[in-house]
Write a protein that binds this ligand. Structure first.
Ligand SMILES: *[C@@H]1O[C@H](CO)[C@@H](O)[C@H](O)[C@H]1NC(C)=O
Ligand SMILES: *[C@@H]1O[C@H](CO)[C@@H](O)[C@H](O)[C@H]1NC(C)=O
Ligand SMILES: *[C@@H]1O[C@H](CO)[C@@H](O)[C@H](O)[C@H]1NC(C)=O
Ligand SMILES: *[C@@H]1O[C@H](CO)[C@@H](O)[C@H](O)[C@H]1NC(C)=O
Ligand SMILES: *[C@@H]1O[C@H](CO)[C@@H](O)[C@H](O)[C@H]1NC(C)=O
Length: 697
């Protein structure tokens, strides 16, 4: 498990002050979380989750009460003033809508307006102290430059908070039970504070607390433990306790968000009437097998999945997509927070969320946006149970697609060592014929040859190698455009010499009586979007691109797309040009500039946020259907079919349409990306004939 840094949350901000004053006698200047400058009597702090030491929800203490600032009218200028109050040189950004979680208590300032040069926030204008019509869902936050003001007593609040936070949680399995498989699902709870690992006193411990601990450890739920066994064990050991009085509601994404009390030094062996807390977690289906739990039925436990993550680099992270009326769609990031993200993570069999990501941080989806303003309490079994708004495309766009990063169990697989060999030094090949779906947690879980390795080292066989990347491109075809632009053309052979030379016609064209006669072509436009997080670049370097005289440009990939006509049972009856394209940015969405251009031996590729358009009227942008008999078919386009270039998601690379051909005209309808429908809806699609047609040519 990676260290999770968490900072204090307001419920125990109060506790913090009590502790400080009780242990120090009187408030000490070195721990007083305030800055004087021009803000007499005010104290400032950064709080919330998840955040770094120089960012967070801004809280101001006035007349002994901590409160927040509403985001109405908030600007970077106000953030500058607040960052200086907090001891930083300036602000680099600010956040709205309680990005670091909502505060509690007062909302001290609203419609705060600063010019940016004020000495103190008291010099800015506002509606007046405590005068606000906002809720805590509108709490403002700041991101300060990670640079302290000279002379400012360093890290006051932050230092104190840092000392009193739970940084990490782990389970220590009972000793004497033999080695257990990973992930560890049951054991004594240990928390890492700044000064090491400690046990937790279980006095008043509840299943809500267990729920939160399991969530942090990557498990969706908890179960009862055999308390007697652990009690016996506990009697034989000395424990050092770091926490007691833990009281979670159950919806917290992290133990630090629960009410809890820290021990004072020299007091840590006492847990009167209790013992060390023990927790037992229930792993999600993906991890059940490896932890030795009874393997759950793989075949659809409770009907079809209604939730999935797309575009992430690891399991348990990605853009959130939900199924509604048989179609997958995304979630708008308004009000998107850790509670909602945790509901998603647990529903998918992971723990709580580490991050609730906004602004299409895991790439943009295509098609519908199903939900907006999802407000979960954190207790809901499914995102659909949270209050939300149904929205239309005008309300929200895909640049606002919500995403999550979930807590995952520690499986030990992440730390497997990778060795980089010079292939000349390989002495043994241990695996061959490896075929993965991409969802496996380890290479062992992929299909591969048995103990017999068929791949002997020869001149033509090489050992496999990889280059890993956190981000990848994601190509999708604009399916609606295919449907809108499809038509039949009977094109005279005398206009097809170049196309024949480039292999853009069916084999029977060789037997034609050139230059007399014609070929029947199904033409349509292909618009290929890169909605991933890295540019799509051809695999081959420019030295190996091939010049195509006829079309006057370099082709950078041999096989970039497949265009096929299939029968309903999947038999191919016609195939298009295995198009070797010249990749470029034809157009881009707002705020993105074009980078790749085919002309003049330019660099080829598709930038994130751009698309490459092959209009229906350009050469070879067709399928030669001269030999196709009348009937019902499926038109299929597959991009990057041989997986030559890395993409974060290959399941959206195929597009299919229903296609009815009567020998003269063609009806193309129901065009959709392969991953756009539920399984159920996909079956309906394949069950020909389609009922309605909306394209007549
Ligand atoms: C406060 O800000 C909000 C949002 O910008 C605005 O609608 C409202 O009119 C402002 N109120 C006052 C009193 O300035
Ligand atoms: C706590 O223990 C340390 C050393 O273990 C000792 O120096 C200190 O005086 C003790 N404090 C109290 C309050 O007992
Ligand atoms: C949202 O849509 C669903 C199904 O389309 C419907 O059942 C629900 O009542 C709608 N909710 C709102 C708030 O419009
Ligand atoms: C292989 O390993 C040996 C010794 O470890 C080393 O000297 C040699 O350079 C390596 N590479 C090749 C290609 O043999
Ligand atoms: C698929 O359909 C075609 C004609 O539609 C037929 O010739 C072929 O035998 C079928 N193949 C299978 C495997 O059913």
């Amino acid at each position: 498990m990676r260290p999770v840094s968490v900072w204090q949350w307001s419920p125990w901000g109060l506790l913090l002050c009590l502790l400080c004053s009780s242990c120090l006698g009187s408030p000490s200047p070195s721990t007083a979380p305030e800055k004087r400058a021009g803000s007499q009597g005010l104290r400032f702090r950064l709080v919330g989750f998840p955040r770094k030491p120089f960012e967070g929800r801004v809280e101001i203490q006035r007349a002994g009460e901590w409160g927040t600032i509403c985001d109405d009218d908030f600007t970077l200028q106000a953030a500058h003033v607040l960052c200086r109050e907090l001891g930083f040189t300036e602000a680099t950004g600010w956040t709205h809508s309680a990005k670091y979680g909502p505060g509690t208590g007062r909302i001290w300032l609203d419609n705060l307006s600063c010019s940016g040069t004020e000495q103190s926030v008291t010099d800015c204008t506002s509606r007046g102290w405590g005068n606000s019509d906002c809720t805590h869902d509108e709490d403002a936050g700041v991101i300060c430059k990670d640079q302290r003001l000279p002379g400012f007593s360093d890290s006051n609040v932050i230092e104190v908070e840092h000392h009193l936070q739970v940084e990490e949680v782990r389970l220590r399995p009972a000793v004497g039970r033999g080695r257990r498989p990973l992930p560890v699902t049951e054991g004594l709870v240990e928390v890492r504070l700044l000064d090491g690992w400690w046990k937790v006193c279980d006095k008043g411990w509840s299943s809500h607390n267990s729920h939160v601990v399991c969530g942090m450890l990557g498990f969706p739920s908890e179960k009862r433990v055999n308390a007697a066994f652990y009690r016996l064990l506990a009697q034989r050991q000395q424990h050092s306790f770091g926490l007691h009085g833990v009281a979670c509601v159950g919806t917290e994404a992290h133990l630090s968000l629960c009410f809890l009390e820290f021990y004072r030094a020299n007091d840590t062996t006492r847990c009167p009437g209790g013992g060390p807390a023990v927790v037992s977690c229930v792993p999600g289906p993906l991890y059940a097998a490896s932890s030795g739990q009874k393997k759950q039925q793989q075949s659809k436990p409770q009907g079809e999945a209604r939730m999935r993550l797309k575009g992430g680099a690891h399991p348990g992270e990605g853009r959130v997509e939900v199924l509604k009326a048989g179609t997958w769609g995304t979630v708008c990031d308004r009000k998107w927070d850790l509670h909602a993200a945790s509901v998603v993570c647990r529903e998918l069999g992971f723990g709580t969320a580490r991050e609730a990501l906004r602004g299409a941080r895991m790439g943009q989806g295509m098609g519908a946006i199903h939900l907006s303003e999802v407000r979960c309490s954190g207790q809901e079994p499914s995102l659909w149970k949270c209050p939300h708004k149904n929205i239309t495309a005008e309300d929200c766009s895909h640049v606002q697609d919500a995403a999550v990063r979930c807590n995952l169990p520690y499986t030990g697989l992440e730390t497997k060592e990778t060795w980089y060999w010079d292939s000349g030094n390989i002495t043994e090949i241990v695996m061959s014929g490896v075929r993965c779906t991409g969802a496996e947690l380890s290479l062992d879980q992929c299909a591969h040859h048995g103990t017999h390795i068929a791949c002997k080292r020869t001149e033509t066989r090489f050992t496999a190698g990889v280059i890993c990347s956190e981000t990848a491109s994601d190509l999708l075809l604009h399916s609606a455009l295919v449907q809108e632009t499809a038509y039949i053309e009977d094109r005279p052979l005398h206009m097809l010499y170049c196309a024949a030379e480039e292999n853009c016609l069916a084999r029977s064209a060789h037997l034609a009586n050139w230059p007399y006669g014609h070929r029947r072509l199904l033409r349509f436009s292909s618009q290929i979007h890169n909605l991933g997080r890295a540019d799509f670049r051809p695999k081959a370097g420019r030295h190996s691109w091939v010049w195509h005289e006829c079309h006057g440009h370099y082709h950078s990939m041999d096989i970039f797309t497949h265009y096929d006509i299939l029968t309903p049972n999947g038999t191919k009856v016609a195939e298009g040009h295995k198009a070797s394209f010249c990749l470029e940015d034809t157009e881009c969405q707002e705020d993105v500039s074009k980078r790749y251009e085919c002309a003049n031996f330019g660099e080829q590729g598709i930038t994130v946020g751009c698309w490459d358009l092959y209009r229906h009227d350009i050469d070879c942008q067709w399928i030669d259907i001269t030999d196709v008999k009348p009937g019902n078919y499926i038109l299929q386009v597959v991009i990057n079919p041989n997986f030559e270039v890395a993409e974060s998601d290959y399941t959206n690379n195929a597009m299919k349409c229903n296609c009815k051909y009567d020998g003269h005209r063609i009806w193309v309808h129901n065009c959709h990306l392969d991953d756009a429908f539920s399984e159920e809806a996909n079956k309906r699609f394949e069950r020909y004939p389609g009922q309605t047609s909306n394209q007549i040519v």
